[in-house]
Design a protein around this ligand. Structure first.
Ligand code: ZN
Length: 106
């Protein structure tokens, strides 16, 4: 992958990772709001749908984030193998070629 493609790949990965952390951080407020809502009113279908949609969005972003391929070697950045073995979402270097996170060659 050339340097421009590498930068684009990292930029997309950074956006997905930022959204994921934002959603995970918002979950604390979301749980508090839903708990308050449930206590104050009767549990409604809207709460299930909202929370289900939220969890689906976190799941999709988590899968996209976890399947990110290293711009240098092309293998999964956070896992040892193609099936996700040894996955570490917080890895700072590629688990295959040791490219540092956010780094591009050249
Ligand atoms: Zn790599």
């Amino acid at each position: 992958m050339n340097a421009e493609g590498c930068r684009v790949a990292w930029r997309r990965h950074r956006i997905v990772e930022g959204l994921l952390w934002l959603l995970i951080g918002a979950e604390v407020l979301l749980v508090a709001a839903i708990t308050t809502h449930v206590v104050a009113t009767r549990f409604s279908l809207r709460v299930y749908l909202f929370e289900g949609g939220y969890l689906l969005l976190v799941l999709v972003l988590g899968v996209i984030h976890g399947r990110f391929c290293c711009p240098r070697c092309g293998y999964r950045f956070n896992a040892w193998g193609p099936d996700g073995g040894g996955h570490n979402s917080l890895a700072r270097v590629c688990r295959h070629c040791h490219l540092h996170k956010w780094q591009c060659d050249g």
